[in-house]
Design a protein around this ligand. Structure first.
Ligand SMILES: *Cc1c(COP(=O)(O)O)cnc(C)c1O
Length: 396
């Protein structure tokens, strides 16, 4: 694209915001409940929650994230191919996957069953040097992880593999079900079971480098869940993991989703807007066409509900969100010049200039901000900026 060309629709990611958020979180958690140093893992799965896998990881590393976390082996390999050499954990595999490239690239892989350990053992034997494995125990989420009834077998197999020189068990971890409700009794129950699982591992002779349980919400809201390492995803991108509960930490949303207004036109009272005429103008008004839709991850549930900012003024979505486009109402009071085609449309951003946030869109659509930022994209281009907002002396 020529540098002068206008983007139809793009995602703008402020890398300084990611660095700032990671530093805020590191500082917050740097002493756990027991006063030990707590390390930080920045989670960049799912293309960095829509912010870009490689760029997000790089920004997090620059801000001192000792660990990066991803879901899949492919995500881990993509980071290695991009030059990331730090500690890197992945945790979601299926039977028959090829562990060898990730093990060769010094990725910490996760196992929760003796079957997985056997597959990793075969790959480690082929590699001919000890690999890094973490064990995941299910303490109450009932999703991934070894159920308590198999934990002793998993530990025995893990210990045997260590004795054979196949691997080192570098970590033991679990994941919380209700971390955004810090006082939910499930949190204390999971912490108790995690401590029991750690004690069993110690009895089996395993000495992991890191023990970890907390995601963003728990890292922020439950110091007792921090152990040696916290795995923060959403908060690194500046979004609130537990809206209404989290104290104001000064996190800054890193993503702005914006478009260029394609068209402005007047409609008459009684004119219906978009498919199904689910909105009909009750007065003459002016509408604008925003050239993104559910094909770009704009949720169709936002039809007639969400708002955007057009040239700095909030404007409601009218009618249904279509695959490639939607309509906003430009009538009514505004500051500045009347809107024209070519104006800047901010779907959501940091919220500092009155524009909606991903959290606003999430609330409008009955979902969470995670889903809004992770799904937005499609044909939108992504552009990285560095506002320098984390520079010393720079007011936030
Ligand atoms: C996605 C994920 C995280 C990060 O969760 P956030 O709520 O975004 O902080 C942490 N741990 C695991 C296992 C995850 O899958």
């Amino acid at each position: 694209m020529s540098p002068l060309a206008v983007a139809r629709a793009e995602i703008v990611v402020d890398l300084a915001a990611i660095r700032h958020n990671v530093r805020v979180l590191r500082e917050l958690v740097s002493t756990g409940s027991t006063g030990e140093q707590v390390q930080m893992m920045a989670v960049v799965k799912a293309d960095g929650y829509g912010h870009g896998l490689v760029a997000s990881a790089r920004a997090a590393r620059e801000a001192g994230a000792a660990w990066i976390g991803v879901a899949t082996l492919d995500e881990a390999l993509e980071l290695r191919a991009a030059g990331d050499t730090g500690r890197l954990l992945c945790w979601l595999t299926v039977p028959g996957e090829d562990y060898l490239p990730a093990l060769e690239a010094d990725v910490d892989v996760t196992a929760w069953s003796t079957t997985e350990l056997a597959e990793i053992a075969a790959a480690a034997a082929a590699l001919g040097r000890p690999v890094r494995v973490q064990l995941k125990v299910d303490t109450g989420l009932s999703r991934g992880g070894a159920p308590r009834c198999t934990w002793a077998d998993v530990l025995a197999a893990a210990r045997a593999g260590e004795d054979e020189g196949l691997w080192r068990i570098t970590g033991i971890w679990s994941h919380l079900a209700c971390s955004d409700e810090p006082d939910h009794p499930a949190n204390a129950a999971q912490e108790r079971r995690f401590v029991e699982a750690l004690a069993a591992a110690e009895q089996a002779g395993l000495v992991p480098e890191v023990r970890h349980l907390a995601n963003s919400a728990a890292a922020i809201l439950r110091p007792s869940s921090r152990f040696d390492l916290v795995r923060c995803g959403i908060a690194c991108y500046g979004l609130d993991p537990a809206p209404g509960v989290t104290p104001d930490l000064g996190l800054v949303p890193a993503m702005t989703a914006r478009a260029t207004l394609a068209l402005v036109k007047d409609i008459a009272a009684g004119d219906g807007v978009s498919y199904g005429h689910t909105w009909v103008a009750d007065r003459p008004t002016t509408v604008g066409l925003v050239p993104v839709g559910y094909g770009d991850g704009v949720p169709r549930q936002a039809s007639n509900i969400a708002a955007v900012s057009v040239a700095g003024n909030r404007r409601p979505v009218r009618g249904r969100i279509c695959m490639d486009q939607f309509v906003v109402d430009l009538g009514g009071a505004e500051q500045g010049d009347p809107p024209t085609a070519g104006d800047d449309v901010v779907l959501f951003g940091a919220g500092r200039d009155g524009e909606p946030t991903a959290q606003d869109w999430a609330e409008a659509c009955g979902t969470i901000s995670y889903e809004i930022v992770t799904r937005i994209g499609g044909r939108m281009t992504r552009r990285y900026v560095d506002s320098g907002l984390d520079s010393p002396g720079r007011p936030l």
